[in-house]
Design a protein around this ligand. Structure first.
Ligand SMILES: [Zn+2]
Length: 237
């Protein structure tokens, strides 16, 4: 009888080996050193101590796992949602806008978590989405460019003028080819990773405190998302 009992390392109580301890083959006796109740408590304590970001990241990972485990059910749900959406698009868009307004903080947190904690997963998802829908995406981008031709031309021209103004007269031919290399590298990185890499001016060309030059030393390659966050900001440290 006595061999079926064990002292829990957590609460110190004498408990039944077969019913009160979980199996753990990595442990010497083949069971955990603490009883099931103690394990449950410490895991719930750990869970409650997670930051909101961590909670959101865990929830996201869990839901992705569920999706991956049952692709057929997922497809069915997607199909139903698409039908619903198509039948009542205006209504749905209004409802989405209302929800976004109501739960803005929650949504912002979720988006932030997805961008950071689950960056790899999102990259994979986007890469596979891109491969599956390449033609569509390219066509859509082209339509956008045609629809916004003037807007785009205007911003490109302004950009080009800003760059031209910040090219120093003393820039050597070697430096110019180095600049070209940086842009080529950013393009290669974008194509290889399905992410958008930008060439960024460390000191902005039209900064508030300082204005940088269009020279190799002032260039760095950044993810577009990081670059857009940085905008024209450079603040003295
Ligand atoms: Zn215990």
């Amino acid at each position: 009888m006595q061999t079926n009992l064990k002292i829990c390392r957590g609460c110190g109580q004498v408990k039944d080996i077969t019913s009160d301890f979980a199996v753990d083959r990595s442990k010497k006796g083949g069971i955990t050193s603490r009883c099931k109740e103690c394990c449950r408590q410490s895991s719930s304590r750990r869970r409650s101590l997670r930051s909101p970001e961590q909670k959101e990241a865990d929830a996201f990972r869990r839901s992705e796992k569920r999706r991956a485990a049952n692709p057929e059910a997922r497809q069915k749900i997607n199909c139903q949602a698409r039908l619903r959406y198509g039948a009542n698009r205006a209504d749905q868009l209004r409802r989405n806008a209302l929800y976004r307004k109501r739960a803005l903080e929650k949504i912002k947190l979720r988006e932030k978590v997805r961008r950071t904690a689950c960056a790899d997963l999102l990259r994979e998802q986007y890469a596979s989405y891109y491969l599956r829908n390449r033609e569509q995406i390219l066509a859509r981008n082209k339509i956008w460019r045609l629809d916004n031709r003037e807007r785009r031309a205007c911003s490109l021209a302004r950009r080009r003028a800003a760059v031209l103004q910040r090219i120093p007269r003393w820039l050597s031919a070697e430096a110019i080819s180095q600049i070209k290399e940086v842009y080529a590298r950013a393009r290669q990185m974008s194509e290889a990773s399905f992410l958008s890499y930008h060439v960024d001016h460390i000191y902005p060309l039209q900064g508030r405190y300082v204005s940088g030059l269009h020279v190799p030393e002032n260039l760095q390659i950044l993810l577009a998302s990081e670059n857009l966050k940085k905008s024209n900001k450079w603040t003295p440290q």
